[in-house]
Structure formats: structure tokens, C-alpha cells
Design a protein around this ligand. Structure first.
Ligand SMILES: [Zn+2]
Length: 150
């Protein structure tokens, strides 16, 4: 089932084609909404409690909205109360960590290992019984691949 964003994107595609030919659908990369682009490619942060997944409870696999790489399992998700989707662990080595010294803070940035898209930040105030880590991720960087409910 395609995510809702795909439908939205098609509505805008005609106006953004510019000089070049329109990009063919199904070229392996999902087109990004302006909000997805701002987060993934410009390192932006969505406002707390505004994202699609901060309160999402469904089972499934959270994929990178930029390239489709599997990033987080719903089983690692927990309710942090922060207003952003929070995960205790990432899938394999699919999330890369790097120092982020912006905004006069020292934080650890979490990026997609496949496409380098900005996902969010890693903090050490996660649930102790699950390792103590909290990946604080923007909903806009994610697309939930829902498991069939049957
Ligand atoms: Zn990616």
C-alpha cells in the first residue's frame, strides 16, 4: 500500500517540473514532500506533536522516506512523551551516528546510512531496561511499512 505522501506528491508534480522532463514514477526513489525534504536534506526538525508517527502504535517497519531503507522496527518504538517518534534501537547498521555541534549544543545526529538523510538525534535517556538509548526521529523522515493486521 503506497503511503499518503505519494498521492500528495502527484498533485504537485505538474507544477514543479521546471525545464527538464518530469521524472518518471517508480525510479526507485520516492519523491519528497517539502516537509520531508526540509528534514531529510536540510537537517530540519518538525514541530513536536505535529508529525504523523509520534503517537503511532501500529506494528511494522519504519523506512527512510528518502530511500526506503529499513531503519526502525515498531517493536523498538516507545512512548517518550517528547512529541517525536522514539526508538530504543535501530535496524542493524542502517542508521549512522555523527557529532552535531550546531545550536551551541553537542548532540549525536542520526542519519540514514544509505542516503545520508537527516533523521533526528540520539539521546541517552531511553528506557533503561532496553539499553537506555532514545533515537528521537522526525516523522517526516520515516514511512511506516505496516504489517498486515491479520
Ligand atoms: Zn535513506
Amino acid at each position: 500500500m503506497p503511503p499518503d505522501e505519494t498521492t500528495d506528491d502527484k498533485a504537485h508534480a505538474g507544477r514543479q517540473s521546471g525545464d527538464g522532463p518530469p521524472r518518471a514514477a517508480g525510479d526507485g526513489r520516492q519523491r519528497l514532500t517539502p516537509e520531508q525534504h526540509r528534514v531529510l536534506r536540510e537537517g530540519g526538525t518538525e514541530r513536536a506533536f505535529t508529525g504523523a508517527y509520534h503517537d503511532e502504535k501500529a506494528d511494522g517497519l519504519y523506512r527512510c522516506a528518502g530511500c526506503g531503507a529499513a531503519l526502525f522496527s515498531s517493536r523498538a518504538k516507545f512512548d517518550s512523551g517528547s512529541g517525536w517518534p522514539s526508538f530504543a534501537e535501530a535496524v542493524g547498521q542502517n542508521v549512522t551516528l555523527r557529532d552535531d555541534l550546531s545550536h551551541k549544543m553537542r548532540r549525536i545526529e542520526a542519519v540514514c546510512a544509505s542516503c545520508g538523510g537527516h533523521l533526528g538525534h540520539l539521546f541517552d535517556d531511553g528506557p533503561r531496561d532496553r539499553g537506555g538509548l532514545r533515537y528521537c526521529v522526525n516523522s517526516a523522515a520515516l514511512v511506516l511499512d505496516r504489517e498486515p493486521s491479520s
